[in-house]
Every structure is written in C-alpha cells, then in structure tokens.
Ligand binder design. Structure first.
Ligand code: ADP
Length: 359
C-alpha cells in the first residue's frame, strides 16, 4: 500500500520535472536569439528554431555535428579556437549576407557552453548612418574652412594693428577647427577600414623620428630619451602606427610641465611587443582612465585647448591599435607621471632583417 503511494508520488514528480524541462526548452526555442548548446568538444547538442534561420542549422541532421564543420567562416573558427572570450561582432549570417550577427560564447558548466547569435542588423545600420554622417559633415566643412583659413593668412596683422588680437584669435580658432575636421576624417577612415598593409615598420628609425618630433614640440623644455630593448620590428601600417605613436608623444609633451622627462621605450618578448611613452607629467586621476579613449573626453578642457588638443588623439590611437589587433594600456600616478603603452601580439612581430636582406 505504502510502496504504491511512493511510486505514485515519484511518478508525479517525474512528470512535473519532464514538464519543467519541456517548458524550459519551449522558452529557449521561442527566443529571438539563436541558442546552440555545445559540449566540450564544440559538438552541437541542441539548438532552437532561431538557430535554423540565423545560423542555417538543420534539424535533426546537424545535432551531434562539430559546430565548425557547419559554421565555416574563418572568423568563427579562429574565435572558437581561442575560447570565444570576447563577443564576435558584425558577422554576416551564413544564409543572408545582409543579416549581421553578434556571437557570444557562454560557459555554463565545466563541459558545456552556449553559443548565442543575435541579429544586430538594425544596430549596424544605425552605426553606419552615424559614421556616414560624421564623415560627410567633416568633408563638407573642410572646403569652407580652407577658404577662411586661406584669406586669414593673406591679411598681415601689422597692416591692421587695431585688429591684431582679433586676427590672431581668428587664426588660432580656424586652425583648431581645421585640426578637428582632419582628426574626424582620420577617425572615419580608420573606422571604415577592415584591412591594413603588412609593411615592415622599422622600430629604430621610427623611435628616432618620434624623438625628433618630441624635441621640436617641446622647444627645449623637456629631456627626451629613447630606450630600444628589442631588435624586432612590427608588421602593419607604417603611416597609421606613426600617427598613433605621434599622438602619444604630443600628449606627453603637452601634459608634462617644463623640466620634465619623456621616455620612448620599445621592448618585446614571447608574448609580443610593447611601445611605451613615459612622462613625468601631472598624471591622470584613476576615475578618468577608462574613458580617455572616448571622442572629445578630456580631463581638463582648458589645458587641452590651450595646447592645441582636439580631444580625438587617443580615439585615433585606439582605432589604429585595434586594426593591428593591439590594445592601449594606461597607468598613471598624480604628480609622478603617466605611461601609455601600445601592446601588440607576437604575430605582429618581425624578426630583425639580416644585412643581406637589407641590401
Ligand atoms: P587632447 O587633444 O585633449 O589631448 P586626447 O584624446 O589626446 O585629447 O587625450 C584625452 C585627454 O587625456 C586629454 O585631454 C588629457 O586630459 C588626457 N591625457 C592624455 N595624455 C595625457 C598625458 N600624457 N598626461 C596627462 N593627461 C593626459
């Protein structure tokens, strides 16, 4: 009697659990995002119906298959091989190039993970509209500014002494606007770019050129030194890397009071290369560090303006580094100074050239 009641209870419990499981599956199946459950070996265990439309998976034949045999785009294969730590953005859907996807890999047990793909086409379209708008406005402003600047340069302040301070200010402001427009156009170009040249960027001559730039900007007010601790070179765009490093050098000079020291250091190891610009300047309060690479973000607007800053320099640095799969590391201590380091992976390093290769 008692055992039959126990059996009944356990049967009811089982039914309840099966019901719950079904409800979970139905809920996951109804999600607008594609959800694919993978085992440790990245074999597909289960997927919802959005995975059929967004990722082109077929039921039941694809269950048990290796995900990289079904999603063969090299970007996905590389991303999964490296553990899918950061989300993979702006990927075309296998079935329809116009649909853009954002992929995330979420580990939820020691040997299980979820691959989630979200349709971000609308977001990507808006992002494109924003990019086009900034690029078009900057482009349209360039010509009138060149004209204003040109006419201002024709007027000799000595001929109109009473207007001299006004003319000087007009020239300063038109120069500033031109610089902002040029920086915005540089950012637009970098954003639209997917590929960069694979040139050998010779680090010794580059550091020496940067040192000369720093000395010229500093007008003899700072000591500028270089430390070359590696014979390796970088692979990438010489022009863009030069422009990024120049921005860091210009900042070091502008935010370091007279008498300070600026050091340019190049070093490398098994984990990659690192170019650092180290100054003994005023330093940056810690709460500002995460936001410094945002466009127009400044710690002190007045100091930036006084010294000819546009507020776009570090955004340019960030974009150039992203195109080289690198990153910017910033450390700073108030009253002691700041270090801005451009960090590159080992795949960006080139062994030193032999004399025979050079000639
Ligand atoms: P800006 O043209 O204003 O210098 P950036 O994007 O180059 O714009 O830098 C953003 C802000 O970061 C600057 O306004 C400044 O407040 C801060 N900053 C950048 N480099 C340094 C530095 N070496 N020392 C102190 N502050 C710095």
């Amino acid at each position: 009697m008692r055992s039959s009641r126990r059996r009944q209870a356990s049967f009811a419990e089982k039914r309840h659990l099966v019901g719950l499981l079904r409800a979970f599956r139905d809920a996951a199946a109804a999600l607008p995002d594609a959800v694919v459950a993978l085992d440790d070996d990245h074999r597909i265990q289960w997927f919802n119906s959005a995975a059929r439309t967004l990722l082109g998976l077929k039921y039941p034949e694809d269950v048990g298959g290796h995900v990289t045999n079904l999603l063969r785009a090299p970007r996905i294969v590389d991303w999964l091989r490296l553990g899918g730590i950061d989300p993979l953005t702006d990927l075309p859907s296998p079935g329809d190039e116009a649909v853009r996807l954002n992929l995330r890999l979420i580990r939820y047990a020691a040997d299980q993970c979820l691959l989630i793909a979200r349709d971000v086409s609308q977001l990507m379209r808006l992002e494109q509209v924003r990019r086009d708008f900034v690029a078009n406005v900057s482009h349209e402003l360039r010509t009138p500014l060149t004209v204003v600047h040109g006419y201002l340069d024709l007027i000799e302040p000595e001929q109109m002494q009473e207007y001299e301070p006004i003319l000087r200010e007009l020239r300063n402001q038109s120069r500033r606007m031109t610089q902002i427009v040029e920086d915005l156009l540089t950012l637009s170009r970098l954003e639209a770019q997917n590929e960069i040249p694979s040139e050998r960027v010779s680090m010794r001559p580059l550091l020496e050129a940067l040192r000369r730039e720093a000395v010229a900007l500093s007008l003899g007010q700072h000591t500028v030194g270089i430390e070359i601790k590696s014979t390796y070179d970088l692979r990438g765009s010489t022009k863009d890397l030069h422009s990024a490093f120049s921005n860091l050098v210009s900042n070091a000079v502008r935010y370091t009071p007279a008498g300070g020291r600026i050091t340019l250091r190049w070093e490398s190891g098994a984990d990659g290369g690192r170019l650092s610009v180290i100054d003994t300047g005023q330093g940056i309060p810690a709460q500002h560090l995460p936001r410094l690479t945002e466009r127009f973000y400044r710690v002190s607007t007045s100091r930036s303006r006084e010294t000819g800053g546009t507020g776009l320099g570090l955004s340019i640095v960030k974009h150039v580094l992203q195109l080289h799969q690198g990153r910017l590391e910033i450390s700073s201590e108030i009253g002691v100074g700041s270090t801005f380091s451009c960090v590159f992976g080992p795949e960006r390093l080139l062994e030193p050239q032999t004399l025979a290769e050079i000639s």
